[in-house]
Design a protein around this ligand. Structure first.
Ligand SMILES: [Zn+2]
Length: 475
């Protein structure tokens, strides 16, 4: 059962917040904006939304009350006890000539932490040397605050007499990190009218700082599909004092060795072809840039050569082919008993349009052992890729140039799965961004230890998202 509420939360922090909603169209200075946004992000990180169980409702109420305080229409939708989404909306006054709405979205839940591997307290949101530490800083609470600030910026423009050309909808949802059954999936099923839109800006892309210090934006327009496959080896069981040929654990070990060395074929999609073509123009290493050019050439020989060079960069290799990662292994219960079975779990990420069944058939062929069988235990669902030739992509390009005139926007296929797949299947054109420019080591802290966000990158990202919202919703 769902319930729509708009109660004010108990959080006393609120009085400190939303300073900027009282300013004129000009908006706050960089200092004031960063100060306010930092307080907001710290408040969000301090509400522990580790999923499971999620408990996003307190965060939803917190955001809801910020909107109410700013005079922006907003409500909380409860998807389950303690869980829910907040949806806020700025309305256009363009009437029949209004363009289709756009969503600014993010998720409130976070993945768990291995506490003793952190040097900072994960839910304290401490700022050290200009860097904010905390679970959710870059995935995805920072983006939620950037989206919130974009709503406040548009609201100031409206108060100053400007008119929005389309509705702008803010969505903070639950349960992204565990499948979305109580988050985007639930919202699409139960409240489709609240989020009916043509475009959505979501997580899933990157703003990357290259080794030469220059930035590029990888705008996610397609994503790989995640499947779970188990490989089961069987063999004779018995007492460990008598070694047996065909021991299931040894058999599984051999199979995993073969799987580890196997590489799925290189496949270029329209998105990855454009990605490598555009990236080659700004990439600092000449040999790798040439390889990207080769990969984007459409010529089979050059593609093979280029892909071989890019093999040394795992993040790039992963977008060139379906990827297979063994993640769990099990078998045996006692040190002196040979078990009948040993099982490994494989996480397989197929490229859009590629079939998991074909990959599994190829694995069975290369392993070539009738006593190792493969079963698809969880099958992901594909979603259509987005276009780079529309007003949304152009708005992101315009906003990117405004925050950094040298920054290029390249179409990107993400290896990670996001809520955008649900949206795309529902007909909403969803694009993924991480607006904060990060160097690779910081980007890799996502879901890892000492997740952090440099405050300069935070401010840059807020300005970037505000620019995107303005490019889409102001004349
Ligand atoms: Zn995320």
């Amino acid at each position: 059962m769902s319930r729509r509420t708009s109660r004010l939360p108990e959080l006393t922090l609120l009085v400190l917040l939303s300073i900027s909603s009282t300013l004129g169209a000009q908006g706050p200075s960089d200092d004031a904006l960063l100060r306010e946004a930092t307080i907001q992000l710290q408040a969000m990180i301090r509400i522990n939304t580790t999923n499971p169980p999620g408990n996003e409702l307190a965060t939803a109420r917190f955001l809801d009350s910020l909107f109410q305080q700013a005079g922006i229409e907003s409500g909380v939708y409860e998807s389950a006890p303690g869980r829910g989404a907040v949806v806020a909306r700025l309305r256009s006054v363009a009437g029949a000539s209004a363009k289709t709405p756009v969503i600014l979205m993010g998720h409130m839940d976070v993945v768990g932490v291995i506490r003793d591997q952190w040097t900072a307290e994960p839910f304290a949101a401490e700022v050290r040397d200009g860097v904010l530490y905390g679970r959710g800083a870059i995935d995805d609470k920072g983006m939620l605050i950037a989206n919130l600030q974009a709503m406040l910026a548009l609201q100031r423009r409206v108060k100053a007499g400007e008119r929005l050309t389309r509705d702008v909808i803010f969505v903070a949802n639950a349960d992204e990190e565990a499948g979305g059954d109580f988050g985007m999936g639930w919202l699409l099923k139960n409240h489709p009218d609240a989020i009916r839109a043509e475009y959505a800006l979501n997580e899933g892309g990157r703003t990357r700082v290259m080794s030469n210090g220059k930035r590029y934006v990888a705008l996610q327009m397609a994503e790989k599909v995640s499947h779970v496959v188990t490989a089961t080896a069987s063999g004779p069981d018995g007492h460990a004092s008598i070694p047996l040929d065909g021991n299931a654990i040894a058999r599984l070990g051999r199979a995993l060795g073969v799987i580890g060395a196997h590489r799925e074929p290189t496949v270029l999609t329209p998105v990855t072809t454009r990605f490598f073509g555009a990236l080659s123009a700004v990439w600092p290493d000449a040999r790798e840039a040439q390889a990207m050019n080769d990969v984007a050439s459409g010529d089979a020989g050059r593609i093979t050569r280029g892909a071989e060079v890019l093999r040394s960069i795992p993040t790039l290799d992963a977008v060139l082919r379906t990827g297979i990662s063994p993640t769990i292994i099990g078998g045996g219960i006692r040190s002196n008993v040979i078990p009948r079975e040993a099982v490994a779990t494989l996480n397989i990420r197929t490229l859009p349009g590629q079939s998991i069944d074909s990959t599994v058939a190829r694995l069975a062929r290369v392993v070539n052992d009738p006593r190792v069988t493969f079963v698809i235990t969880s099958r992901g669902e594909d979603s259509p890729p987005m276009s780079a030739d529309n007003e949304f992509f152009a708005a992101v390009e315009r906003a990117a140039t405004r925050v950094d005139p040298t920054m290029t926007v390249v179409p990107y296929l993400s290896t990670g799965a996001t809520d955008s797949a649900d949206l795309r299947r529902a007909g909403i054109k969803a694009y993924g961004l991480l607006p904060f420019p990060l160097e690779m080591p910081d980007e890799e802290r996502m879901h890892g230890n000492d997740e952090r966000l440099p405050l300069t990158a935070f401010l840059f990202g807020i300005r970037f998202v505000v620019g995107i919202a303005e490019a889409l919703a102001l004349p």
